[in-house]
Design a protein around this ligand. Sequence first.
Ligand SMILES: NC(=O)c1ccc[n+]([C@@H]2O[C@H](COP(=O)([O-])OP(=O)(O)OC[C@H]3O[C@@H](n4cnc5c(N)ncnc54)[C@H](OP(=O)(O)O)[C@@H]3O)[C@@H](O)[C@H]2O)c1
Length: 321
Amino acid sequence: MTFLELLFILIIGYYFIYLILWLILDCNVELWYNTYFGLPISSMRGQVVWVTGASSGIGRALVLILAKYGVRLVISARRENLLELLKKDCLEQANGLLSEDDILVMPMDVLNISQHEAYFDRVIKYFGRLDVLVNNAGRSQRASWEEIKVQVDRDLFELDVFSVVNLSRIAVRYFLQLRNVRGHIVTTSSIAGLCPVPFSATYCAAKSAINAYLNSLRLEQSGIDVSIFCPGPIATDFLQEAFTAVPEEMYGKSTKGQKRMSAERCAILFATTIANKLELSWCGLFPVNFLANATRYPGLAKIIFKFMGKSTMNKIREGKL
Ligand SMILES: NC(=O)c1ccc[n+]([C@@H]2O[C@H](COP(=O)([O-])OP(=O)(O)OC[C@H]3O[C@@H](n4cnc5c(N)ncnc54)[C@H](OP(=O)(O)O)[C@@H]3O)[C@@H](O)[C@H]2O)c1
């Protein structure tokens, strides 16, 4: 066998293995590798992590898994009663690794941007430090492109983009003053921010925008770690409060019975992304993960999405395929 033939076989073999991994894994290859060979979630023990949108869904599941490994927590959302219940569950999960004082319940509407500095100061005053900010609060959308009122575009961007950018800027200014410690900004984006999906134009734009903001931050500030985590369809209640085309309206549907990754599995992958400071990760059940991988190759994505059409894409997204 000549050297060129060997090289050809190695290249084909490499892509073949990748294709198989795309088909069988529920996350990107780098993240999957790190779940086995990267830093364990327990490596974050003792760190202070602030999670917004902690009262339900992905945020709640993430907080529980971090508590299990002794990570000190600030938990924020609007529903204080759910946060108090979550604190109890966290202490149970921690099994002695955390005490009451290690979890700060801080009710907060992230839209209240003028109060962000005050919330941040409260965290620093309480713990004396912050290691990781996880911007997770957010709402999705279901609406036809041409029906969307511009007020919905504004409201969704206010929540999913501007509140995240504002809180992150405060955190970045704080992290930049620290010596010998690297601050970490983490954000829950979406696969919808990596490639457009139908009937969620503002949401796709917002998640793409937040990705762009954070990629710019990473470029400008090499002393800070920036992680973007992009879930596919996850079994949470997020369709209840999803935006529609009309201001103030909520979609009000359940995800029950749909094929979606569990919030618990998503949280393990999310926590692994944070522990290993991965720049970009995504997760989703087949075929979502396969398609998410394909979006990294624009030419391939164009062919696949053209072949599938918007109705198939929508069925996959709604967990009906
Ligand atoms: N589920 C999915 O399929 C999926 C897929 C991709 C990305 N995501 C992203 O994952 C994140 C979490 O969503 P989820 O699926 O876990 O939905 P969820 O269960 O509805 O959680 C949303 C969280 O955001 C909080 N929140 C909403 N508006 C807020 C505000 N104004 N101020 C403070 N907190 C606010 C909610 O708490 P309160 O109501 O108590 O304030 C809740 O804790 C979102 O950023 C979403 O875009 C979800």
